[in-house]
Ligand binder design. Structure first.
Ligand SMILES: [Zn+2]
Length: 352
């Protein structure tokens, strides 16, 4: 869905210039260098500001996007290659959102046409809005479009259609080949590896599983995306539906809103981002995190500081609690006496 005329020019014979253009772009906005992963490597990405780019460590995917690629590919049945292909498109179109058009025929992180958005727009982060400029929404929409083009059966064909439209897809095969090359360099596993998938110095695939990063808003979007993709549970519906409502607030850049009068409510508090990081990382490492509550109406006591945004409850449907405790500990979490099955939930404190 990009400017296929531009791509057409590249296909027409200016292929050799691509690495130079990308190098110039990287130098212009980030001061990054070129990856040296073979003569045809065009996957260099500018420093994304997440601190993971450096000499010999070039070409990372910002870790915050990984759950979106994985969740979108899972939801729309794109198979194991799906996350990498979405990353390949995201890189090719906007250098992982560092070069996003806000107007014109193709806009947003995935450069989707507004006509397509009307049909294929998705609320990828579950915040109740379909926003073409929102990364989760755009990545999920791209996955939906690719499913419509039967991508799992023929990626090259589907990517060509994604670029040039199904009736003119012959013009899109150059784009398809480029994206598939990027996908190869920027491998994203179907699950796990929530951190950067930076390739090693020898150009071998990165190990993945790095530390989760981002601000509360970005982290909340990741959690909502993982819930939507079924990777994280939210099976307990509190009387107020509070946790989902608060996550949606956070995904929109708002503070959590506490309503409990016993704790001075209503008032807004910052949720401890370490709670969200621990949830995401434990999920990435294979645990099934079934959130009961982060906050709840009056579910708090002096020993149970949910009202300060400093505690997490998990239902007994949670699996691999040992892994969750291990990850939580890394983020300053400590579990108290409330454990399954007797207490009917697991409780973990995350003091700020
Ligand atoms: Zn609790």
């Amino acid at each position: 869905m990009s400017k296929w005329i531009g791509i057409g020019l590249l296909v027409a014979g200016i292929v050799l210039i691509v690495p130079l253009i990308i190098a110039a772009f990287a130098l212009a906005i980030g001061g990054g260098g070129l990856a040296d992963c073979g003569p045809d490597d065009t996957s260099t990405v500018a420093d994304t500001g997440d601190g993971s780019t450096g000499p010999g460590n070039i070409g990372p995917i910002p870790g915050k996007f990984i759950p979106f690629y994985q969740g979108a590919a899972a939801q729309f049945g794109l198979g194991d290659k799906g996350p990498s292909m979405l990353a390949g498109i995201h890189f090719h179109e906007t250098s992982f959102s560092t070069n996003v058009a806000t107007s014109g025929p193709y806009v947003g992180p995935m450069a989707i046409g507004s006509d397509y958005w009307d049909t294929y727009g998705v609320d990828g982060d579950g915040d109740g809005k379909k926003d073409i400029m929102n990364e989760a929404d755009a990545i999920y929409a791209a996955a939906k479009i690719l499913k419509g083009f039967n991508a799992k059966n023929d990626w090259r064909d589907a990517l060509a259609s994604y670029n040039a439209g199904p009736t003119k897809k012959a013009a899109g095969y150059g784009y398809a080949d480029d994206v598939m090359k990027h996908a190869e360099k920027h491998h994203v596993p179907a699950t796990g590896g929530g951190g950067s998938t930076t390739r090693g110095a020898d150009c071998s695939p990165g190990a993945g599983g790095g530390t989760v990063s981002g601000n509360v808003q970005e982290l909340a979007q990741q959690v909502l995306s993982l819930i939507k993709g079924g990777k994280i549970g939210q099976s307990y519906k509190s009387d107020t539906g509070d946790t989902m409502a608060q996550l949606k607030r956070a995904a929109n850049g708002q503070e959590f809103q506490m309503t409990c009068r016993a704790h001075g409510g209503p008032k807004n508090v910052d949720v401890n981002p370490d709670i969200l990081k621990a949830i995401i990382e434990a999920s990435n490492q294979g645990a099934y995190v079934d959130i009961s509550n982060i906050t709840d109406k009056c579910h708090s006591s002096a020993e149970s500081p949910h009202y300060r945004g400093e505690a997490l409850d998990l239902t007994c449907s949670t699996r691999n609690i040992e892994k969750i405790h291990e990850v939580a500990k890394k983020y300053g979490g400590t579990n108290n006496y409330e454990v399954c099955p007797g207490a009917q939930h697991w409780h973990i404190d995350f003091p700020k």
